[in-house]
Design a protein around this ligand. Structure first.
Ligand SMILES: [Fe+2]
Length: 241
């Protein structure tokens, strides 16, 4: 009888352990996928829509050159830069966390790869706006949506030279806006702005020059028409967990 109970106990422990393990693995995998820290290093990700999908706000020619030339080059150069190094099999998020040790090629091209993947995803057409939860967090951090829009747009307009503006959820779980130079991002240890990216905008001239020439503010204003709030809401939900 004792031995039967012992076998039952072992079986139960095994089932519970297996369930806990698979749950943990599932969470880890989902978390990496959702936060995009586990980006593919073998396959250049597809653009989630056609080149002309964001017309008239972002023109098809800009989108084609931006995605197929600039972004692809960052991906190819990043893969080449990490080849044969400790970063070759490291999740990109972990690489960013110690980017100060990785060198300029990995920093610039890794940032260029990740930042654009996020940028394509947070754009789209047809979604309504921030979720109730994100709206409440925006109101708490900035006072109102209009104030947030103004703060984000100002960060994008005033980033000197090339770079990005960001909405992030900080490690303290509050929303913050800021900008980074070149291809840096808030996941990098070198960035004064730290947090999980929720929204970003590319303010390199290659993102807007063909249509808007030197009028960066016009491009930034147009950007608000093509934010994929469904994705932004999902990124926020994922980050606050
Ligand atoms: Fe870009």
């Amino acid at each position: 009888m004792k031995s039967i109970n012992f076998v039952k106990t072992i079986a139960l422990v095994s089932i519970l352990s297996f369930t806990a393990l698979t749950t943990m693995c599932g969470q880890t995998t989902n978390s990496k996928t959702n936060t995009m820290e586990n980006l593919s290093l073998t396959e250049f990700p597809a653009l989630p829509y056609a080149y002309d999908a964001l017309e008239p706000y972002i023109d098809a020619r800009t989108m084609e050159i931006h995605y197929d030339r600039h972004h692809r080059a960052y991906f190819n150069n990043f893969v080449a830069a990490i080849k044969g190094t400790v970063y070759e099999n490291m999740p990109v998020g972990k690489t960013f966390a110690e980017i100060s040790k990785a060198g300029d090629a990995i920093r610039n091209n890794g940032g260029g790869y990740y930042n654009h993947v996020l940028y394509w995803k947070i754009m789209g057409k047809g979604s309504s706006g921030p979720s109730t939860e994100l709206s409440a967090a925006i109101d708490k951090a900035f006072g109102s949506f209009d104030k947030f829009k103004e703060t984000f747009s100002t960060a994008a307009k005033t980033r000197f030279g090339s770079g990005w503006a960001w909405l992030v959820l900080t490690p303290e779980k509050t929303l913050a806006v800021g900008s980074t130079p070149n291809q840096d991002n808030p996941l990098m240890d070198v960035s004064p702005l730290k947090g999980t990216p929720i929204l970003n905008i590319d303010v390199w001239e290659h993102a807007y020059y063909l249509k808007y020439q030197n009028k960066r503010p016009d491009y930034i204003e147009a950007f608000w028409n093509v934010i994929n709030w469904d994705e932004v809401n999902r990124l926020y939900r994922e980050a606050v967990k």
